[in-house]
Design a protein around this ligand. Structure first.
Ligand SMILES: Nc1ncnc2c1ncn2[C@@H]1O[C@H](COP(=O)(O)OP(=O)(O)OP(=O)(O)O)[C@@H](O)[C@H]1O
Length: 368
């Protein structure tokens, strides 16, 4: 690996690439800086350049130019291009790409042999246990379900001891039940192995469950990027994701109520009642509140079936100039929540920035 140092501890990807086919030229131009910890999701419609960006980062796009640095290591700049095999990356693709003639153990050993560092047995065991594949070691790929194959593929990627995991739609080929099987493993990897992950997906649900940071591409350019909450609660979220505008909250269970089968969760001094799904007191939760599930009221509607009513102040109103809706940001205690309401309601209630308001939250999804 290159020993050249970069100034930032983040990942900096200021990249350009032109892809030429007979009928068209595709230009990728990305200027992005994102954390070298956690999961960074790359979202965008088909053909927006997600895979091309991954290929540039992996060193597979030969005409990529610009600057690419991972923490203190430079992989690409005007004077150097570190080849793919020296970039210390682990890859997971849509299809598991296991070697059919080898059993699971053989597939893992193949990765161990190609690892960037010596792999201790204890690390191998840790990876096998993290992905829960110990009982599958003697199985051939053809004997595995799609979800099991992907778990082996993730284990294999980890065993090369990468500095970063690159995942290109790793759940796309799985049915919904298998997706739900694999998702918790992906979420847990982050805490266990402390590796930055770049995660391409079409699924906003997956992204809202897993990602800490998001880059949204459109026609080869970044249209919005930032923390998961900043991106999903933004009025700048591209039109194709507008229905997904939401607030993503880190909360903690503080109380259980067995009579109602509810738990109380706290975030920044605010509380929400949620369905009890066997969450223990003290459990950290990631919650998602769709902006379309938040309505606004000038007073506290106590005689209402809506359990979660939070008092706040209007911090912003963004009108959708071409539609009937508006996105209202409500400032709560040390946090904000966004509500999708009609422009007519803004006028009817004379809603203005600074006004006291009650956010009525009809539904909260527990993401993890
Ligand atoms: N080798 C190539 N030569 C020319 N054009 C290419 C080449 N590979 C990809 N493209 C074009 O580059 C654009 C971006 O492709 P890319 O695969 O990066 O998109 P994507 O966002 O990953 O799409 P999807 O979600 O469908 O996988 C597309 O218009 C594609 O047709």
């Amino acid at each position: 690996m290159s020993s050249v140092k970069s100034a930032s501890s983040n990942i900096i990807a200021n990249l350009k690439a032109s892809l030429h086919s007979d009928s068209q030229v595709f230009e990728l131009e990305v200027n992005s800086e994102f954390p070298s910890t956690g999961i960074t999701a790359i979202l965008g419609e088909s053909g927006s350049g997600k895979t091309t960006l991954l290929r540039c980062i992996a060193g597979l796009e030969k005409n990529a130019k610009g600057l690419l640095s991972i923490g203190d290591t430079i992989w690409l700049d005007s004077g150097r291009c570190v080849p793919t095999y020296k970039r210390e990356l682990g890859f997971v693709f849509q299809d598991a790409r296991l070697f059919d003639h080898l059993n699971v153990k053989g597939n893992l050993q193949f990765a161990v042999k190609r690892s960037h560092e010596k792999v201790k047995n204890s690390f191998l065991e840790e990876v096998i246990s993290a992905l829960d594949i110990g009982h599958l070691l003697l199985h051939k790929p053809e004997q595995l379900s799609g979800g099991e194959k992907q778990r082996v593929a993730i284990a294999r990627a980890l065993l090369v001891k990468p500095k970063m995991l690159i995942m290109d739609e790793p759940l796309a080929s799985l049915d919904n039940a298998r997706k739900q099987d694999v998702l918790p493993y992906l979420a847990a990897l982050q805490n266990m192995f402390n590796l930055p992950m770049l995660y391409v997906s079409h699924s906003t649900e997956e992204v809202c469950k897993l990602a800490d940071h998001v880059i949204v591409l459109h026609q080869g350019k970044v249209v919005i990027q930032g923390s998961i909450n900043d991106v999903f609660s933004s009025a700048q979220l591209p039109h194709i994701y507008r229905q997904e505008t939401s607030t993503i909250i880190q909360a903690k269970v503080i109380e259980k109520n067995e009579r109602w089968n509810l738990v109380k969760a706290e975030f920044n001094g605010n509380v929400l009642w949620l369905q009890d799904q066997n969450q223990a007191v003290g459990k950290a939760l990631r919650l998602r509140i769709l902006s379309s599930d938040v309505s606004l009221s000038l007073k506290d509607e106590k005689e209402s079936t809506i359990l979660n009513r939070l008092e706040g102040r209007i911090a912003g109103i963004e009108m959708d100039k071409n539609g009937a809706s508006a996105l209202v940001t409500v400032e709560l205690m040390r946090t904000e929540v966004v509500a999708q309401v009609t422009r007519k309601s803004i006028d009817d209630l004379f809603l203005m920035v600074g006004m006291k308001i009650w956010a009525q939250i009809k539904s909260v999804a527990i993401m993890s």
